[in-house]
Design a protein around this ligand. Structure first.
Ligand code: SF4
Length: 336
């Protein structure tokens, strides 16, 4: 039985809340060109037919090795990059083709937090201007109220209100990420796409930022798409987890199922390699042979067949579909 991703066999939602974001067959291909006339000779399939539904108040973790397409998918969700094909539905509205003012008007609903807070904060602007600018540009608050709102936002993310008078270089990495989060919150978004948002931070600071994100989710009813290569971090924050390989989702499941009983051989390999001291299920380390194939020349059949320890003949010929194999657990693999 093939279902829309995010539905269970009974048709009921796996998480509480109505759908906030839907990706339907999203593709993002980058052309490869050659010669002075830049003739198109191929394409890099960074995101290749990705579908899922994110519900209000839900955190979907997205994991995979670098180059698996997770960051490109985040940029497509944010409409920083246009999809090559497929549809993006936000809050029941198809936003795939939105441009200009209509897109800017919608931007307040979704914000992004990046890995490197220093690069995403203008070093010449005070923290007050950085956090307050979106409110002024979008006229979401009367100008006279902006300083008070900025001060309140800074306190919400655990900074002193006087931080607004200082500049990004005066803060530590963790504090700068708090500033970036305050800026992301300034327009009261419904969705935050966090792309490796804690990867550049020390482990102790990572925990603080993850706890902050969890608190903000409760306080503001936020939904997150949380992109990370770190399985332990994703486990900490997510309700469900999508595992990506070569631009495709190969497994999508509630966190508890995915970490306890992974079905896809790639998920098994990732989990077996992840250091997790409190792991309840002991796993033998699965060593994957070879490198991730080029997304410009994805293998035929199952994209994982060149490295899969359980490969069968059919895997080289037929691409497995992402289908529900256990309630709420979707996997793209011929084993099931
Ligand atoms: Fe491995 Fe085949 Fe499953 Fe792909 S479809 S993950 S190659 S067993």
């Amino acid at each position: 039985m093939s279902l829309a991703i995010g539905e269970t066999a009974s048709g009921a939602a796996p998480a509480e809340g109505a759908p906030l974001l839907e990706l339907r067959g999203i593709k993002k291909y980058f052309p490869i060109t050659a010669g002075v006339i830049r003739r198109r000779v191929g394409e890099v399939r960074a995101v290749d037919d990705v579908s899922f539904t994110l519900r209000r108040g839900e955190t979907l973790g997205v994991v995979g090795e670098s180059g698996c397409g997770k960051s490109t998918m985040g940029r497509v969700i944010m409409r920083i990059a246009d999809p090559t094909d497929g549809r993006l539905i936000l809050d029941g509205r198809d936003i795939t083709q939105l441009r200009g003012g209509a897109l800017r008007g919608l931007r307040r609903k979704f914000q992004m937090v990046f890995q490197d807070p220093y690069a995403s904060l203008n070093p010449r602007m005070s923290v007050g201007s950085i956090v307050g600018e979106p409110m002024i540009v979008n006229a979401s608050a009367p100008r006279r109220e902006v300083p008070d709102r900025v001060a309140a936002l800074l306190e919400t993310v655990g900074l002193d209100a006087n931080a607004r008078l200082r500049y990004p270089h005066e803060f530590s990495g963790g504090q700068r990420q708090r500033i970036a989060i305050a800026r992301a919150l300034s327009l009261r978004p419904q969705l935050i796409v966090a792309d490796e948002a804690v990867s550049a931070l020390d482990v102790s600071i990572q925990a603080q930022i993850l706890n902050l994100l969890a608190d903000l989710r409760k306080e503001f009813g936020l939904s997150y798409v949380f992109i990370s290569h770190n399985l332990a971090v994703v486990k900490h924050v997510s309700d469900r987890v999508a595992v990506m390989y070569l631009g495709r989702i190969v497994e999508l499941a509630p966190k508890s199922l995915l970490y306890r009983t992974p079905l896809h051989p790639y998920t098994e390999a990732l989990l077996s390699a992840a250091p997790e001291p409190k792991r309840h299920v002991s796993r033998e380390r699965i060593l994957l042979s070879g490198d991730v194939p080029s997304p410009a020349k994805p293998p035929s059949g199952c994209p994982f067949h060149t490295r899969c320890p359980k490969v069968m003949d059919v895997c080289r010929e037929e691409r497995p579909l992402l289908q529900e194999r256990e309630p709420g657990q979707f996997v793209a693999c011929h084993l099931y």
